[in-house]
Design a binder for this molecule. Sequence first.
Ligand SMILES: Nc1ncnc2c1ncn2[C@@H]1O[C@H](COP(=O)(O)OP(=O)(O)OP(=O)(O)O)[C@@H](O)[C@H]1O
Ligand SMILES: [Mg+2]
Length: 303
Amino acid sequence: MSEKYKNEKYKSDKNIEDKNIEDKNIIDKNIIDARDLYFSYDDNKSYAIRGLSLRVKEGRRVAVMGANGSGKSTFFLALNGINKLSKGTLIIDGEEIKYDKKSLMKVRSKVGIVFQDPEKQLFSASVRQEISFGALNMGMSDKMTREAVEEICTKLSITPYIDKATHALSGGQKKQVSIADVLVMNPKIVILDEPFSSLDPKHADLVKEAIDILVKENVTVMISTHDPDFAYSWADEIVVIDDGKVIAHASPEEVFSNDDIMDKANIKKPTIVEFCDKLSKAGKIPENIYPRTIDEIIGILTQ
Ligand SMILES: Nc1ncnc2c1ncn2[C@@H]1O[C@H](COP(=O)(O)OP(=O)(O)OP(=O)(O)O)[C@@H](O)[C@H]1O
Ligand SMILES: [Mg+2]
């Protein structure tokens, strides 16, 4: 095959590929479209978010990473209108965010946020009341609410303390209840701000299972985390925030092979990636392959 033909063929294949990506973009809608956002805690003297842009397609699993104080929680709270933007355009599910009561009600029914600090989220006297509140507020009937609450409490193993007072729960139990608070309302976008930081492995797994069910139902899930192993194994895409803006939005493989980005955002390499780097340096596996699990590594080693 001549070089010229090969180049032409490459170009035409590439055009088909580009066209496919274009068509897919039309089909896969952007559920979040944030354009050049600014948010200030001090009357525009300084900005905790400055020039943040991000597009997320519906049904994706997105891990949000970045150093302490980089603006992850501030951005999350802008997504449902709690943090009112100073500048920029934010479009959620095709509608630009506005701050009148009706628009806020609507966006909050679509975007459910589990706060980093459950103390800021829980306000009802008992666990059952707490989890029922949001569902009732959204207009669910008493019967439907009761069923939805029972179901989520069983899924997350909350049932043993469903009738306890919220103030009497442990830190991890409060976190579980705040997650149930959001999941019971079936929002289109679920945002969890460091959900696993206070959960034991069993309860973290229950939350992950509940999230997996949501993703199968095309719910978009964004999770902020400082845990590279979780982000690497779970996410479809990783957003890295630094100094109030997005500095990378790419696949886990791309982010975790980019030392500059990781240095800038205080992100460590996942253990599996570190292990594969060493195996490939020792000539045991090919370079630039990124298995996500130990079983996948074993598969490659025993091929
Ligand atoms: N309620 C607040 N009032 C004033 N400044 C705040 C407030 N909350 C956050 N900030 C500031 O905004 C910036 C971004 O903070 P944010 O909490 O969004 O960071 P983060 O990325 O979520 O960090 P972490 O990983 O520690 O949770 C920081 O400089 C922080 O000090
Ligand atoms: Mg935070």
